[in-house]
Ligand binder design. Structure first.
Ligand code: TGC
Ligand code: FAD
Length: 390
């Protein structure tokens, strides 16, 4: 296969620094070399390709913006976004692993943990020596995590954890889980649960048609003893896990552009090569409409996301702005995947091409980290000042 084409219709590369371009190109080259050749097979087999963990660490995908003193790459938010874009060009499931490790495990330990917790866990998470997962969603509480039933009880020298989390990325193989549970006063606390603690199990969720190269499971807590030093002391309440989601949603906004680029690029090449009625299908107005709309939507998403990156770098991005970008870009990518699949005709349904895999993956991406509906209602709440959730 040729090199990835990178649509840059509005010369956005001119707005990036040398460092951004270096970081992006290193991630792009790694994805092409290490992810593209193996990902279709991994998805077909529904197996997480654990061989890529060390490579993800090497390109800085685990904690891109975590300071170097804790083993992170010490990069800015734009670089973080560009890495996510390149990884999701390969596969949303691989990007999920990086998102969870960076924004949902390393971020809360860095922001809400104490110095001992940071030093104990972050360097090993950055190299992939330790892998983590994030337990917020429960069987009865998905969009409404504030209703969670998982709870901790103070036993004097430790806490006792009981409850269950569901749909947890990386759970089946994670070494640690950042888990959100209510204390006896009903206040949400973050805690670090380690594999091997008695009463803690992580059964795998099977039969997914989406995100098949990502491993998903449950977290079951049956009277698990949690040492007090495993509680994240510096923030509690629902705002703590939601703060982590802001960081992950920002990365997903970039990642979705990567998936869309790959679908567009594949459809464009195919349309130029596929001859029907004596001419390339790219010569027909209908296929040109599809391709022209795809590049228009990708370009709009790139501009929105670049601006969001600059706001993030200045610490000025609001949660509502992040929601808008996550919602817009994932929807854009899913629509492009559906259109691109049709450009390829029957070939589009096979694993010879990446489009159908992207399309199925994006059905998860449009649901996790806040559904398409929830992000619309977050925008609605932001512009009207009225919450539709209450
Ligand atoms: P609400 O009353 O609005 O807020 C409660 C407290 O939280 C604060 N807050 C935020 N803080 C930081 N970031 C945000 N985005 C925040 N949104 C709200 C808020 O200020 C308040 O603070 P305080 O101090 O006043 O208490 O809460 P609500 O119960 O009405 O719910 C709001 C809602 C629906 C928007 C929220 O619950 C939500 O976002 N639901 C969606 C759930 C979700 O996204 N789950 C994701 C689970 S993790 C996942 O999917 C990982 S997939 C990863 C992968 O594989 O890539
Ligand atoms: P529900 O909340 O039951 O929603 C069902 C439908 O109702 C949706 O269409 C929703 O938009 C709609 N709806 C809900 N409330 C409203 C409302 N107020 N108004 C209008 N419509 C509404 N979670 C984690 O904690 N950690 C993870 O690592 C993780 N990984 C995941 C990986 C995968 C592959 C998937 C699919 C999910 C993952 N999740 C994870 C869970 C994910 O965050 C939830 O699935 C998501 O938040 C939605 O919750 P739900 O599935 O329970 O849907």
């Amino acid at each position: 296969q040729d090199l990835f084409q990178a649509p840059d219709y509005y010369q956005l590369d001119d707005l990036l620094t040398e460092e951004h371009l270096l970081v992006r190109d290193a991630a792009r080259e790694w994805v092409k070399r290490e992810v593209s050749p193996i990902i279709e097979e991994a998805a077909q087999q529904a197996k997480f390709p654990s061989s890529i963990i060390s490579g993800l660490a090497e390109i800085g995908a685990f904690g891109p913006y975590i300071p170097e003193e804790y083993g992170g790459a010490g990069l800015d938010q734009m670089s973080y976004g560009l890495i996510m874009q390149e990884i999701e060009r390969g596969d949303s499931g691989v990007r999920s692993t990086a998102s969870v490790q960076s924004s949902l495990v390393m971020y809360p330990i860095w922001k809400y943990g104490n110095e001992e917790q940071r030093k104990k866990y972050l360097p090993k998470l950055a190299t992939g020596e330790l892998m983590g997962c994030f337990g917020l969603t429960e069987p009865n509480h998905g969009s409404n995590p504030g209703g969670m039933e998982t709870k901790i009880k103070d036993m004097g020298n430790h806490y006792l954890l009981n409850g269950a989390k569901m749909w947890i990325s990386n759970a089946p193989f994670a070494d640690i889980a950042v888990v959100w549970a209510k204390n006896e006063e009903g206040r949400i606390k973050g805690l670090i649960v380690e594999r091997g603690m008695e009463g803690f199990t992580t059964p795998e969720t099977h039969n997914k048609w989406s995100l098949r190269a990502s491993s998903t499971g449950e977290l079951i807590f049956d009277n698990v003893k949690i040492p007090k030093e495993n509680i994240l002391p510096n923030k509690d309440g629902l705002g703590a896990p939601l703060g982590c989601l802001d960081s992950a949603r920002y990365g997903i906004a970039w990642g979705a552009i990567g998936a869309a680029m790959d679908c567009y690029d594949t459809a464009l090449r195919y349309a130029k090569e596929r001859i029907q009625f004596g001419k390339p299908i790219a010569a027909t107005q209908l296929q040109q409409k599809k391709l022209a709309e795809m590049i228009t939507e990708i370009t709009k998403a790139q501009l929105l996301t670049w601006r969001l990156g600059t706001l993030k770098n200045e610490n000025k991005a609001t949660s509502a702005q992040i929601s808008m970008a996550k919602r817009n870009n994932v929807d854009m990518a899913l629509k492009i995947a559906r259109e691109a699949r049709q450009v390829l005709g029957a070939m589009g349904i096979t694993g010879e091409y990446s489009i159908m895999r992207h399309m199925m993956n994006l059905e998860s991406v449009i649901t996790y980290e806040g559904t398409h509906d929830i992000h619309l209602l977050i925008t609605g709440m932001d512009i009207t000042g009225i919450s539709a959730f209450k």
